[in-house]
Unconditional design. Sequence first.
Length: 91
Amino acid sequence: MKKSSIFMLSLLVCGAAFANGHKPVKTIACAVMTNNKVDIAKATAKHMYADYKGNRYFFCCGGCPAAFKANPAKYAKAAHIPTPKQTSKKA
């Protein structure tokens, strides 16, 4: 009985670990300079992103946000992977 309980608990823990089927994305291509990778956490902390039509687009350098804002439709279409805009929870 004890061995089967441990086995079932192990299966439950392993199943939960792989439930979503993928690892969280930590880097993404810049929306303007698509060959450059952007660390999402660092870009978020530095406000190096723009929201457009419900998606968040990240940038690699200070010049990219202005270029994106000048023609967001062009860059949004060419962006590799836009991320859904995160809503902040207020306490």
